[in-house]
Write a protein that binds this ligand. Sequence first.
Ligand code: GLN
Ligand code: ZN
Length: 758
Amino acid sequence: MARSSILGYPRIGEKREWKQTLEAYWSGKADEETFRDRMKEIRLARLRKLQASGIDLIPVGDFSEYDHVLDTAAMFGLVPKRFDYQGGEVPLSIYFGIARGTKDAAASEMTKWFNTNYHYIVPELDGASPTLTENRPLRAYLEAKESLGIEGKPVLLGPLTFLRLSKGYNPAETDVWLDKLLPLYEQVLRELEQAGAAWVQVDEPALVKTADPQDRDRLRRIYGRFAEAAPRLNVMLQTYFESADDYEAIIGLPVRGIGLDFAHGRDANLAALRLHGFPSDKVLGAGVVDGRGIWRASLAEGCKLLKELARFVPSDRLFVQSSCSLLHVPVTVKGEDGLPEALKQALSFADEKLEEIALLARAADLGTDAIEAEMRASEAALRALNEHETRNRKDVQAAVTAIASQEGRRGRTFAERQPLQQAKWQLPLLPTTTIGSFPQTADVRKARQLWRKGEWSKERYDGYVREQIDKWVGLQEEIGLDVLVHGEFERTDMVEFFGEKLAGFAFTRGGWVQSYGSRCVKPPIIYGDVAFEGAMTVEETTYAQSRTSRPVKGMLTGPVTIMNWSFVREDIAREQIAYQLAYALRQEVEALEAAGIGLIQVDEPAVREGLPLKREAQADYLTWAVKAFRLTTCSVRDTTQIHTHMCYCEFHDMLGSIEAMDADVISIETSRSHGELIHHFESQSYPLGIGLGVYDIHSPRVPGTGEMTAMIGRALQALDPALFWINPDCGLKTRGEEETIAALRNMVEAARAMRLSV
Ligand code: GLN
Ligand code: ZN
């Protein structure tokens, strides 16, 4: 019999009770005992739901009180030295200290989990000697068994992936580190075997990235040792997010099951199966239901795929499963009554996916007829959405095809534009500006709530926003900034704000997913053709401009960022969605220009996030992502200055693409990367305008002028002073007013000082 399985389930709960529990504890409103009790309730409620769903293999240990990578590091006692850790089980204060920082010790770095929007805490190895502080998977396994009689499937992060995600060691010493970690893993597995666990899921998503030839030996060593340590425990070696890169090596490993993603790596995984077959002693974990997409599965397509897989493996050696953990989708569609019916019917979040998986497992055994009615229902729902007018806007499609057939080039090259812009804007050397947002104080958020609840009229709210703009235009003038911004007080979020004003978007009520720690995001859904319906930012921007004689920079979110931070339709290519967004945003750029705004920033902080995991697919993505940006910005006059902004610091390998965006000025976050980026500019010149953030906005600390002049001096050794801008690392939305004003004063002073010395 085929069995149904999932690789993980959301932690946050239907009403985000997980988030509330964490935040109550952090703020001191709940003590540790209450916190632990509450977490246990949440954990068990979630398990009960999975039990009721009829899924055969219920994951345990995928739940976390913050992040599963941090859990793995804590389990091995890998605590950075700056924390006062005495060994043994890592106490909550240190666990959360690593994640969030304490007053004495900085938090560990946080970064994206593969190509998702989930962030994990980067383990710091730094010469530590790992020990097993507690067997977390065992504890989870026993809890499920004793409390609910569930024979769970413990989930572990595999050693190779764990090392790939860690820092603080020389990758040439990977084998040394494996020697330290493997005995600990062996003990975990042995104890699980003794406790009676039948299956364990060992996650190795690193195996979908372009493979390192040395990994073949490493994998043989790791999984060979696991097989010896716990011979009766069935290991499901699980890959996801793409096809397994070295399929041939993986199927030769002494594990009981191989898990493959047939949602995101379908063609390549199928090709590998056809070429190499599937070993007759193993179970295939077939990820047939997309674990990170929000769309209802086509059961007919699913059945077709199962039929193909049946050529390689009989159903009694088949797990029908989600392609990855369901962590990346919201909990349930139930209660989403505000959505258009055709959209709601075509959605499937975590709970709905459980049903789809169970149905497909049934079909794998009994044939397609067994799920005939459900199959028809799913086809009808998907067809209704595809035929919906929002997906068939001939006007938009024709216009987008027309502009996308162009290169998206500006009338003149940067070298030609730059003197024209300089003559027009007359900015000083090392001009100063900010990235867009000013503090969103409790007051600002309150005003928005009052308006949304209907307690404030639109006029009253608009008046309030104008007061904020007045205040900050005044402050910016007084501080002495050269290029001003309006401050983004009217925006909740840089994607939601635009999504609400464009056609083709929908917003759920409760479609939250974990982004990092307790922070959840509610990504918009792009379900139709995206279309411009009227100016979105012109009013606030021109109001700000009317209050000052200095130039005000308009502020938009770019097409690729809007796309990467949304759930998107799958009936057309991502490239096409990006071009539709580009066409819509270009109309906003043109509207701003027509209204007299001559500097326009189009933020693209999320370009890097969309980068495919396989190296060979990256160039193509970057080409169209860059083109989408250019289509957005290319139609303006030569004297109109296009700015862009990117946040994270790993841009060194895509400087060529950044240059190809042809923005007159780019601002990039740098201060947390300790000058790494500047270092890259020493070997590769950058010929357009550029501002490297001169202070970290993630901390309330006010940096001194000297610190910033040093930073600028260092940058100017590599970059042309005539093209260099002075700005903070990112938007100031999360900062307090006082510290913001103080830091900006120091920044302007630093710029003035540096002007005298270059
Ligand atoms: N303009 C945005 C702001 O200042 C940019 C935010 C971002 O880069 N994430 O808030
Ligand atoms: Zn930023």
